[in-house]
Ligand binder design. Structure first.
Ligand SMILES: [Fe+2]
Length: 258
C-alpha cells in the first residue's frame, strides 16, 4: 500500500488531516507530487512534515518558483512565492532552513517505479503536471472535448499508469480520450493490465473542483482509492488574510474549493 499526495500549498491544517488519515489506514509509504509550498501561510511547517513523512517528492511549479523563479505566474501567485522565499530566507533556525532549501533544490522532475499489482508488474510514473512537460503542463478535464489530439501525444509518454497533480482537480483520464470524476468511479479506479491511465490525485491544500475537502489517493493492491477529508479551512483562511503579502483570494478560494 502507498499513498500519493500533491499540491499542499503551505496548508498545514489540510496536510495534518491527510497525514493522520494515511496513518489510520496503516500506510507507511508516502509519495508526494510537489507544490509543497506557494499560496498558503505555513511553508516551513509543510516542508518539514513532507521531508519527515514522504519517501520522496517530485518538483512542482511552485517549488520551482520559490527556489528558482516564478514562470507564467499571475500576480497573486508570484507574490506568494516571493513571500515564501522571504520566510525561508530570513528566519534563522540553525540547520532547518538549510535542510528546507536543500530539499527544494534537489527535487527530481519525475519518479518511476515498477510495482507488483496483483500477479503483474506495473510501470508507474509520478510527475507534478504531465508526462511530457512534468512541471508546467495543465491537463484539464475539458481538454478531452476541446483538444482530444493532445491526449494521443500525452499517452505516447505513458507506459501504463501516470500519477499527476497540478490542476487540483482529481479524476482519471483514459486514452479514448475520456475523463472520469472519482464519484463516477465510485471513488475507486482499478488498475487493469491493458488500460493506460493518467490519474490526477487532486490537491491537499487548495482543491479546485468545487469541493473544499482535502484530496489524496492511496493504492491497495490494484485499486486506487480517492479520498476526501474535511479540514479546518477557516483557520488557514484567517492566517492568509493576516499576511499582507498573500492575496485575500487565496483565502476565499479555500472555502469554495475553487
Ligand atoms: Fe499546485
Amino acid at each position: 500500500m502507498f499513498a500519493v499526495l500533491s499540491d499542499i500549498h503551505s496548508n498545514i491544517e489540510a496536510l495534518s488531516v491527510v497525514l493522520a488519515d494515511i496513518e489510520k489506514h496503516g500506510i507507511k509509504t508516502i509519495y508526494c507530487l510537489g507544490d509543497v509550498v506557494g499560496y498558503g501561510p505555513n511553508p516551513k511547517e509543510c516542508l518539514d512534515l513532507i521531508i519527515e513523512k514522504a519517501d520522496w517528492c517530485v518538483l512542482g511549479n511552485h517549488d520551482y518558483a520559490v527556489f528558482y523563479e516564478p514562470t507564467n505566474f499571475n500576480y497573486g501567485a508570484e507574490q506568494a512565492s516571493f513571500w515564501t522565499r522571504d520566510v525561508l530566507e530570513t528566519e534563522q533556525e540553525g540547520n532547518h532552513n538549510d535542510r528546507r532549501w536543500s530539499f527544494l533544490g534537489n527535487l527530481p522532475m519525475r519518479r518511476s517505479l515498477a510495482i507488483e499489482i496483483g500477479a503483474n508488474t506495473s510501470n508507474i510514473d509520478f510527475v507534478h503536471a504531465s508526462p511530457r512537460r512534468p512541471v508546467n503542463e495543465y491537463i484539464f478535464p475539458d481538454d478531452v472535448y476541446t483538444n482530444p489530439a493532445k491526449f494521443r501525444l500525452l499517452f505516447e509518454r505513458v507506459k501504463h499508469i501516470c500519477f499527476v497533480g497540478h490542476t487540483h482537480m482529481p479524476g482519471v483520464f483514459l486514452d479514448e480520450p475520456d475523463f472520469y470524476l472519482p464519484d463516477e468511479l465510485g471513488g475507486v479506479y482499478p488498475i487493469i493490465d491493458d488500460e493506460k491511465a493518467i490519474i490526477n490525485i487532486g490537491s491537499v491544500g487548495q482543491p479546485r473542483d468545487r469541493d473544499n475537502r482535502a484530496s489524496y489517493v492511496y493504492v491497495d493492491k490494484n485499486k486506487v482509492h480517492f479520498v476526501r477529508l474535511e479540514y479546518d479551512f477557516e483557520t488557514t483562511a484567517k492566517k492568509i488574510l493576516a499576511i499582507e503579502q498573500l492575496d485575500n483570494f487565496h483565502a476565499e478560494r479555500l472555502r469554495d474549493g475553487r
